[in-house]
Design a protein around this ligand. Structure first.
Ligand SMILES: Nc1ncnc2c1ncn2[C@@H]1O[C@H](COP(=O)(O)OP(=O)(O)OP(=O)(O)O)[C@@H](O)[C@H]1O
Ligand SMILES: O=C(O)C[C@@H](O)[C@H](O)C(=O)CO
Length: 332
């Protein structure tokens, strides 16, 4: 088992911090962006998606973020409210910043990409005055995503949230969520990712994301066990390394490791898999499940979301995941 202490008396289960954006997902499948003519609009941004997924599963959630003072910003806040996410500390930018847009291209079920428009985005304007210690200490867990570290003042806001979380024994979960185009250089990225991950109890990322963080290590390359061990020497209790359609592996500080499989599914697009996995995995941990059960639940949620058009709007309820698992073919 693992040793995560979710303080039961707290009024919120999970508070997300970071990116609140818009996904514009191609309506035409199996063709490149150049030939795509229309898109459907959804709330997006990895931490937003994970928080929406967690809320659909029944966790009491809130979000610390900043939106543009325009129709898109209002759309995002209303969508969060509709999904029972507390938005009392979502602030509104007053500097003319805009909403980040992610246009997705669905060339084939295996070949999807995201074209991001992220100049002067409101989410990265989150600053330390927007981070309330009182709010964070009401929560059992804080979800941090790496992209919010890409620029100041959002970077400092996240580090402050991390400090408040550690001060008040809030379990810190980090989804690495590396989006290269938001950063100036891989070196700068690794510096800040490593500093933040040192403060986290649960770290979830893909093999490629950990590779980016390990660019300064000697003899480390692509060794999942070594990757995990490094973080156990700081605060980590669980490290999950995702390997796309090959599944995932989770290590816990007590020396256990667990290989997670996948579920057969009709893939429409690949993005959203990681966010769905994280939300359901976190739900499992917060319910005291053992790691293999939480991983299986995460994989099932991912299998559902990649068969649908959106990420946020496709996040399943617990009944949907249970039903899917009772019928789906598991692949070890
Ligand atoms: N083709 C697939 N079929 C079934 N399950 C999949 C497939 N691809 C991914 N998954 C599930 O989703 C989990 C996370 O996937 P992945 O490693 O691609 O995360 P990610 O790269 O963070 O996702 P995203 O594309 O959303 O950023 C995997 O561990 C697996 O359970
Ligand atoms: O992360 C983004 O900003 C884009 C996401 O909203 C998109 O839904 C995705 O890639 C999910 O991982």
């Amino acid at each position: 088992m693992y040793n995560l202490n979710f303080k039961q008396e707290r009024s919120l289960d999970l508070v997300g911090i970071g990116r609140l954006c818009i996904d514009l997902n191609a309506d035409q499948f199996n063709r490149p962006m150049e030939e795509t003519s229309s898109f459907s609009k959804y709330v997006g941004g990895s931490p937003a998606n994970i928080t929406i997924g967690a809320s659909r599963l029944g966790l009491k959630t809130g979000f610390i973020g900043k939106v543009a003072n325009d129709q898109m910003g209002r759309f995002i806040v209303q969508y969060l409210k509709n999904n029972d996410i507390d938005t009392s500390v979502v602030s509104v930018d007053q500097t003319g910043a805009v909403t980040g847009l992610a246009f997705t291209e669905i060339k084939s079920p295996e070949d999807c990409s995201i074209l991001m428009y992220r100049d002067n985005v409101a989410d990265l304007k989150l600053d330390t005055t927007n981070v309330s210690e009182d709010y964070i200490k009401q929560s059992k867990a804080l979800l941090v995503s790496g992209t919010a570290l890409a620029a100041s003042p959002s970077r400092e806001a996240v580090f402050l949230a991390l400090d408040y979380a550690r001060k008040h024994d809030v379990v810190v979960i980090m989804d690495l969520d590396y989006r290269p185009y938001t950063w100036k250089s891989p070196q700068e990225t690794a510096v800040y990712y490593n500093l933040a991950a040192e403060k986290c109890d649960v770290i979830i990322g893909t093999r490629e994301e950990f590779d980016m963080m390990e660019q300064f290590e000697i003899d480390f390359y692509q060794d999942d066990q070594k990757t995990a061990q490094k973080w156990f020497d700081y605060h980590a209790e669980i490290v999950v390394i995702k390997h796309g359609s090959e599944g995932s592996i989770a290590y816990s500080k007590n020396g256990d490791s667990h290989k997670g499989g996948t579920f057969k599914t009709k893939v429409l697009k690949t993005f959203g898999a990681g966010d769905a996995y994280a939300s359901a995995f976190i739900f499992g941990l917060m319910n005291g499940w053992d790691i293999p059960k939480a991983m299986e639940f995460g994989s099932a949620s991912a299998a559902i979301v990649i068969s649908k058009h959106s990420c946020s709007d496709a996040m399943p309820t617990k009944n949907e995941i249970d039903e899917f698992m009772s019928e789906a073919v598991a692949i070890d």
